[in-house]
Design a protein around this ligand. Structure first.
Ligand code: MRU
Length: 332
């Protein structure tokens, strides 16, 4: 168990750990300003698909903290602002649709309280789902193995102990993990900063590698499994996750190493048939040509910065959800 909460609702405010400062500084922001939460999602102070959804639901509630009118136009503007923050993680849109359902059924009073109850429920449900995902993943382990993960799909990214990282945490507690290799995860280093931070707190032995070392590590370090999270899973199992996941899946195939996706059912977008329909977020060039505002190349050179890629379903060995482990070909 980690001894921190990435997101917490205290004294009428959202309290969240500023993930851009980790692992150097464990600092928290308290706010009841929905615009501040929208900015936190855009800046990746709050990140990870389930955490984005939870924070957005709290933000909708907070937007009505001092309002007594059921102002539908204002509600629409709040929802649209939050929808504009990050396009790929379906959990954001899923959580916002839950607040929309709540809003539609609200009479005039208690708008804030009613949406807040919805947000708390989304948060608590996600915590339970993380536990169930961790438990469900245990059926995939027989021996003590080395495991590789990419990005951060842990307590920082969810309302509980994580998805992919909770599979690792539970497997470690059951004696199935020898060593974790954590991809650094360029450009924003969610692996070397955030996954490493969590693994250290959980006292799980790990080594950080750059993304370009993954092929070497799969060949040389006896990796038994790769497990990663997801931002959106299409009906056929095509999965959007942090940029680099697709490459890792191709490497896994070549080295005959199984690769699993761990995600709550809320990450499955049953409205889209395949990965072609997933909107990939492109982020600022400055995340590629500088690190913490320090230039690492000439900022006039052309760069690109897609935040996610889509791994075709046929490269994925299985998808671990709170209900079960699905195997290819996927039928959800
Ligand atoms: O850009 P990020 O850091 O929000 O990307 C996060 C990921 O890609 C995670 O793997 C995914 O959201 C799952 S988090 C449980």
């Amino acid at each position: 168990m980690n001894n921190f909460n990435a997101l917490e609702f205290v004294d009428g405010k959202l309290k969240f750990i500023d993930q851009t400062k980790l692992p150097f500084e464990e600092s928290y922001i308290f706010t009841d300003d929905f615009e501040r939460i929208s900015e936190a999602i855009e800046r990746l102070e709050i990140r990870g698909a389930p955490a984005i959804g939870i924070a957005a639901a709290y933000a909708v509630a907070l937007a009505f903290k001092n309002k007594t009118e059921k102002d539908e136009q204002y509600f629409g503007a709040v929802i649209n602002r939050l929808k504009s923050t990050r396009p790929t993680a379906v959990n954001l849109f899923w959580a916002l649709s839950k607040t929309e359902d709540a809003f539609l059924n609200i009479s005039k009073e208690n708008i804030y309280e009613t949406i807040l109850i919805t947000a708390i429920k989304i948060h608590e449900d996600d915590k339970n789902r993380c536990d169930m995902i961790g438990e469900a993943g245990l059926e995939l382990f027989n021996d003590k193995i080395n495991i590789l993960t990419h990005c951060n799909a842990g307590a920082l990214a969810t309302g509980g102990e994580g998805t992919a990282l909770n599979v690792i945490k539970k497997a470690f507690k059951s004696g199935f993990i020898n060593h974790v290799y954590a991809d650094e995860t360029r450009p924003l280093l969610q692996g070397s900063r955030l996954t490493a931070f969590e693994l250290e707190k959980s006292k799980i032995p790990f080594t950080i590698i750059t993304d370009s070392m993954a092929a070497f590590v799969l060949k040389e370090k006896n990796i038994g499994m790769i497990v990663v999270g997801a931002d959106r899973i299409a009906k056929n199992g095509d999965t959007a996750n942090k940029i680099g996941t697709y490459g890792l899946a191709i490497l896994a195939k070549h080295h005959n190493v199984p690769i699993y996706i761990a995600a709550p059912e809320s990450t499955i977008d049953r409205k889209i048939n395949s990965g072609k329909d997933i909107n990939i977020e492109y982020r600022s060039d400055s995340e590629v040509n500088s690190i913490r505002k320090i230039p690492i190349t000439n900022n006039e050179y052309n760069v690109m910065n897609p935040a996610f890629d889509v791994t075709p379903a046929k490269l994925i060995s299985g998808i671990i959800t709170e209900n079960k482990v699905y195997h290819y070909p996927f039928k959800f």
